[in-house]
Design a protein around this ligand. Structure first.
Ligand SMILES: Nc1ncnc2c1ncn2[C@@H]1O[C@H](COP(=O)(O)OP(=O)(O)OP(=O)(O)O)[C@@H](O)[C@H]1O
Length: 347
């Protein structure tokens, strides 16, 4: 099977070249595997365009990929649905969500030993793990309709704003700190939309995590015949496939690994401010009052995904126990539709 080595020399802390020369390539050379081509990416989109030539071949290929989730995303969206690609991942990006979900680690993640786990598995012919791909149709006014495949995350609301704004901070705020800066810039925004959730194929109904039971249960309003409708405003809306975390310690969808899905489905984490018993109107004041509560949800995700069980007390404060409404609605579903109110994505 042809083997391509691709790495992005500028992603993460910019050390991919050193890591490949000193560790990755020597490890492959010592094995029975033969590298057919080495591609050092020169610009955005280069990894996908370089591989597209090889997609013309019918053979399956292996890509040893030294990059982050962004370059992986570009390759997955290189247009050839027949392509049969296996990856050996080397986590060189900033967040490395997929790698750190497959190889969770609470200690130092900058060690070469830790970064070589997937390549070790490849050279030792260990079995591959199939990935679930989420397909999103984007249909915005005045823009051509398009489809995007994702192997990690699809989001709207705060998380999408963080990804958008953190790109501009890439050079000024290195590392995962830039996601925190972008979060602070956007945390008082709410988003108006109507959401429809569809069940996974075999589940029949949309499921929701019940912290009292400690498991997913069918959502009481979900039926086999109609989607489950959620009205906004929304503060947070993140769905993942394959991953239980978006950074090494940020376990935003912890049930992806605690209760592994048995079929292709999304884990969806939603925060709707009107579930807070102390909030009933959308105003500048209530958004400011809600921001620290959303902040505490994100902090709890760093505490091994503790946000999945957070609840409101009667006064609207957030607590780890009790029987008030859950702060987060944690769904497992087969698909979702996000329809912005009045064609405005953000309010
Ligand atoms: N030589 C290059 N110069 C500039 N940008 C590049 C180059 N090579 C690749 N890129 C682009 O860099 C972007 C970010 O890359 P990547 O996802 O690998 O790392 P990251 O964003 O640091 O990590 P993560 O996605 O894990 O947060 C991608 O859009 C990719 O196309």
């Amino acid at each position: 099977m042809p083997v391509f080595v691709i790495y992005n020399p500028v992603c993460g802390d910019g050390t991919a070249n050193e890591l490949f020369q000193e560790h990755v390539l020597p490890l492959i050379e010592k094995s029975s595997k033969v590298v057919d081509k080495i591609i050092v990416t020169e610009s955005q989109g280069h990894a996908a365009s370089a591989l597209r030539e090889s997609f013309a071949q019918e053979d399956p290929i292996t890509v040893v990929l030294g990059a982050g989730d962004g370059t992986l995303h570009e390759i997955i969206n290189a247009p050839d649905p027949k392509a049969d690609v296996s990856f050996a991942l080397v986590p060189c990006g900033t967040a490395n969500a997929l790698y750190s979900s497959i190889f969770p680690h609470t200690g130092e993640v900058d060690h070469a030993d830790y970064k070589l786990k997937s390549v070790q598995a490849f050279v030792n012919d260990r079995p591959t793990i199939p990935l679930t791909l989420a397909l999103t149709d984007l249909d915005a006014p005045d823009k051509p309709r398009r489809s995007v495949a994702s192997a990690v995350v699809t989001s709207t609301a705060l998380h999408a704003s963080i990804l958008h704004d953190s790109e501009a901070l890439r050079s000024s705020v290195p590392g995962i700190e830039r996601f925190k800066v972008a979060a602070r810039q956007n945390i008082t925004r709410w988003y108006r939309a109507t959401v429809r959730l569809h069940p996974a194929m075999n589940a029949g109904r949309v499921h929701i995590y019940d912290p009292a039971e400690g498991k997913f249960v069918p959502h009481p309003q979900s039926t086999k015949d109609a989607p489950l409708v959620l009205e906004g405003p929304f503060a947070y809306f993140v769905s993942t496939v394959n991953v239980d975390r978006l950074e090494p310690q940020f376990r935003i969808t912890p049930l992806q690994s605690d209760f592994k899905p048995t079929e292709a489905s999304f884990d969806l984490v939603v925060v709707r401010p009107f579930r807070d018993p102390s909030i009933s109107v959308d105003s500048e004041g209530t958004r400011a009052a809600f921001a620290p509560k959303l902040g505490s949800v994100l902090q709890a995700a760093y505490r091994n995904g503790a946000h999945a069980s957070m609840r409101y007390a009667n006064d609207g404060s957030t607590v780890d126990e009790g029987n008030g409404p859950t702060v987060v609605e944690y769904f497992r579903c087969g698909g979702w539709e996000w329809k912005p109110v009045s064609d405005q994505q953000c309010v």
